[in-house]
Design a protein around this ligand. Structure first.
Ligand code: UD1
Ligand code: CA
Length: 459
């Protein structure tokens, strides 16, 4: 079915007390408006029109590249109400498709809910549909006024009579309207009300007067329709969203030490029998195989972790690939393009960047491995450093299979360590080390015979 979507995002968001426009504040790592655009795009509409307000160029600049080709941007200046906001979008609305109105600061509406609203309006003769919720405390919202069960109008809190304020069914603001009718109704809106605004909600009474049916649909959960007006509400929605993500992981068979202490800011896909300890943050696309266990306090962004691997506490990893049955951490750092094969061990205070490490190789303590290719069964001793940067360019270090790198070695790249080579502890390797030999650079050790410690002089 074809569809126009209008996203209202011109409100000032004063209560955020922020220089950043409200809809650019982030929930689960993404701007609020990006969530709404995502939900809108999932409906595969013909076009989406975002109505932005004062300072909105920042919003447009932040999101226009990722929003999609079917998104247009119009500014609303000054902001004279939700009806006035939709008026700014009319040139972008195709008459042969209905128009769905969303709010840029309501980020968590589920696709099923929007689809339910669209279907309800479609089933009622392509009429108008409003997403409503029954709330215990409806203060502040527009109320749904019904007569013999039929919606007859929406009245705003500030314009409502005492009796109307008792109504607990509220307008979420999300509605779908036949477009040619919407255009004619918008032209008839006035602002003779408590806020002297052009209320989009007034089109309901106009629709009813023309005999158009108003159907209603409801979300499964109230939080789907909650908006963000303050940082407190933003934090509240973040927790609601994270709780939902955690519930889904639990349902999918992931063990979470505490579902209240995990943050997923992107997508986390896990195989069977994975377990995640407390306070881990997952960002971007993270994929876990089967039987992966992740210790507490890890930050993991765009990483693939294969089956049977254990990540110990306090690891930080980004844009890396980890093979099966590896052991990482505690306190390990994997930077972009770290690629670990099966059975690799990376221990505490080891940093790996743009390097591949072969099957069964180990770097267990205090090392920097950058721009390196390391073969199989290599042992990298404590304190080993690839000196990959000469101040201008980066250079490669190659360590072949079965090499043993003694502790506190510096590999001054470009340099190659041959297969089965051993480097003595403390070596500064500046030329290639041949296979199967011991290479060592170290000044000779001596002991001074008859040397005495200085004696304290008493004054
Ligand atoms: C609106 C509804 C109310 C509903 C409530 C749900 C109207 C008249 N009232 O009230 O029935 O219960 O939402 O939260 O529609 N916006 C613009 N331009 C404007 C004014 C608003 O783009 O000139 C945008 C805001 O950025 C926001 C949305 O429209 O995303 C709603 O605006 P808001 O001021 O929050 O509306 P309410 O008065 O709360
Ligand atoms: Ca509001």
């Amino acid at each position: 079915m074809s569809l126009n979507v209008v996203i209202l995002a011109a409100g000032q968001g004063k209560r955020m007390r922020s220089d950043l426009p409200k809809v650019l504040h982030r929930l689960a790592g993404r701007p609020l408006l990006d969530h709404v655009l995502g939900a809108a795009q999932a409906l595969e509409p013909e076009s989406i029109c975002v109505v932005y307000g004062h300072g909105g160029e920042v919003v447009r600049d932040a999101l226009s590249a990722s929003a999609g080709d079917n998104v247009s941007w119009v500014s609303q200046e000054p902001q004279l109400g939700t009806g006035h906001a939709v008026m700014q979008a009319v040139d972008h609305l195709r008459d042969d498709a209905p128009t769905l109105v969303l709010y840029g600061d309501v980020p968590l509406t589920r696709l099923e809910t929007l689809q339910r609203l669209i279907d309800a309006a479609h089933a009622a003769n392509d009429g108008m549909g409003v997403l409503t919720v029954v709330m215990n405390d409806a203060t502040g919202y527009g109320r749904i006024v019904r007569d013999h069960g039929k919606v007859v109008r929406i009245v705003e809190q500030k314009d409502a009579t005492e009796a109307e304020r008792e109504i607990r069914e509220i307008n979420t603001g999300i509605m779908i309207i036949p477009t040619p009718k919407l255009k004619s109704w918008l032209g008839r809106l006035g602002n003779d009300n408590a806020q002297q605004e052009y209320y989009l909600t007034d089109i309901v009474a106009l629709a009813v007067s023309e005999g158009v049916t108003i159907s209603t649909a409801h979300p499964d959960a109230e939080w789907e329709t909650l908006g963000v007006n303050s940082r407190a509400q933003l934090a509240e929605l973040e927790r609601i969203h994270q709780r939902e993500v955690a519930e889904r992981l639990l349902e999918d068979g992931v063990t979470l030490a505490d579902p209240a202490r995990i943050d997923v800011r992107g997508s986390l896909v896990a195989g069977r029998d994975c377990s995640i300890d407390v306070n881990c943050v997952f960002d971007g696309e993270v994929t876990l195989g089967n039987n992966v266990s992740i210790g507490p306090n890890c930050v993991i962004k765009n990483v693939t972790i294969a089956s049977g691997t254990r990540i110990e506490a306090f690891c930080h990893m980004q844009d890396a690939e980890i093979g099966e049955r590896c052991r990482i951490g505690p306190y390990a750092r994997l930077r972009p393009a770290a690629v670990l094969a099966e059975g690799v061990h990376i221990g505490n205070f080891v940093e790996v960047k743009k390097s591949s490490i072969g099957v069964g190789s180990k770097a267990n303590h205090l090392a920097y491995i950058g721009d390196a290719t390391i073969g199989r069964n290599v042992n990298v001793g404590a304190g080993t450093i690839t000196c990959n940067y000469d101040g201008v360019n980066k250079h490669q270090t190659i360590i072949e299979d079965d090499a043993f790198i003694g502790s506190d070695t510096q590999l001054v790249a470009p340099v190659r360590v041959g297969r089965g080579a051993t480097l003595g502890a403390g070596t500064t390797l500046t030329r290639d080390a041949p296979a199967d030999q011991l290479t060592i650079s170290r000044s000779l050790q001596k002991s001074v015979i008859g040397w005495k410690r200085p004696v304290k002089i008493n004054k």
